[in-house]
Write a protein that binds this ligand. Structure first.
Ligand SMILES: *Cc1c(COP(=O)(O)O)cnc(C)c1O
Length: 325
């Protein structure tokens, strides 16, 4: 008999053995709010344009490795040179690429909890040690705390998230500047929701500043199914990320969709405005209810603490076709 090396199970890397995978239920109900996707589809004109141009792609050829057209389109829209953009399969892949480049064994990433769970999760997957700091009263980090913790910890990578998932709180420009001034090697600002808020750290991006802003098509552009995200950072950072990314990692169909979506800015802004109006209506409604604590939000979601049993409320909402987190 040949020895096929049968074992009951291969042992996962020791440093990952305690790790839980990312979990969020995908339940088919009429109102799905638990992953902060856009409730509105992209405009029909976008889907038609994409389908028409998909037919013209050279499917036998690898996609453009440097996503040139997409980066030029993004650069024109965001007033930054195309060379400062790196695109990936969702901003999660962009974050993973950043951590492969600047984290890894022997390096440390700082997160201010509670925040987007994937920052710490992807850090651990890449062998990066995670340093967890607490937010003052769970809300904005603020410049003083940011500067103090970063100066004490000297992390290789600092994650800020503005507006923050899951609190919705917007960090000020002063916080980002304080983080940069405090001696972190690299400051990552996750701006998955920035278009729903009033400011962006994008105009701080410069070749001389160790700052990278991460953005996604998943929320603002109503294209979560595409898996397209990008970051804007110094040219040297983009060059580093290109060394780390797998060759041809971004499908031609995705690059095309991302470029075409940029032709529908007015429709995107209309959706964003409608969602912001709904957010404010929801905040007013929840605030008027006895015993509910509602947090201010600059995102497309609202954090609230109900009186009594939160899980029971979650279940009751689900029974009525509303999935919250
Ligand atoms: C939803 C979300 C993302 C999006 O990730 P993709 O991989 O681009 O879908 C990124 N960051 C935060 C904070 C989010 O909430």
């Amino acid at each position: 008999m040949t020895n096929l090396g049968r074992v009951s199970r291969v042992r996962l890397r020791d440093d990952l053995s305690g790790l839980e995978g990312y979990h969020s239920p995908q339940i088919q109900v009429s109102v799905r709010l638990n992953t902060n996707e856009s409730p509105y589809p992209p405009p029909p004109g976008f889907a038609r344009a994409w389908a028409d141009q998909l037919a013209l792609l050279d499917l036998n050829r690898y996609p453009d490795r440097s996503s040139r057209q997409l980066r030029q389109g993004l650069g024109a829209r965001l007033a930054q040179p195309a060379e400062r953009f790196f695109c990936g399969n969702g901003s999660n892949e962009v974050i993973q690429t950043l951590l492969l480049a600047y984290g890894g064994p022997g390096r440390r990433a700082l997160v201010f909890e509670p925040s987007y769970v994937l920052h710490a999760h992807i850090a651990r997957l890449t062998g990066t040690e995670v340093v967890e700091a607490e937010r003052p009263d769970g809300l904005a980090i603020g410049p003083e705390v940011a500067a103090r913790v970063i100066a004490a910890e000297r992390p290789d990578v600092v994650f800020l998230c503005s507006p923050n998932n899951p609190t919705g709180v917007v960090e000020t420009r002063a916080t980002v500047e304080a983080a940069l001034g405090a001696g972190a090697s690299l400051v990552v600002v996750d701006e998955a929701y920035a278009e729903f808020a009033s400011w962006s750290a994008l105009d701080l991006v410069d070749d001389e500043i160790p700052l990278v802003v991460v953005k996604t098509y998943s929320k603002v552009w109503a294209l979560a199914a595409l898996r397209l995200g990008f970051c804007v950072g110094p040219r040297w950072l983009v060059e580093d990320l290109e060394k780390v990314a797998l060759p041809y990692h971004l499908p031609a169909s995705t690059q095309l969709a991302g470029t075409l979506a940029l032709g529908f800015v007015a429709e995107m802004e209309e959706r964003v405005a409608a969602i912001v109006a709904e957010r404010e209506r929801l905040i007013r409604g929840l605030s008027a209810m006895e015993g509910f604590k509602v947090f201010p939000s600059g995102a497309n979601f609202v954090l609230f603490r109900p009186p009594g049993d939160g899980h029971a409320l979650w279940q009751r909402l689900l029974e009525q076709g509303v999935l919250v987190r």
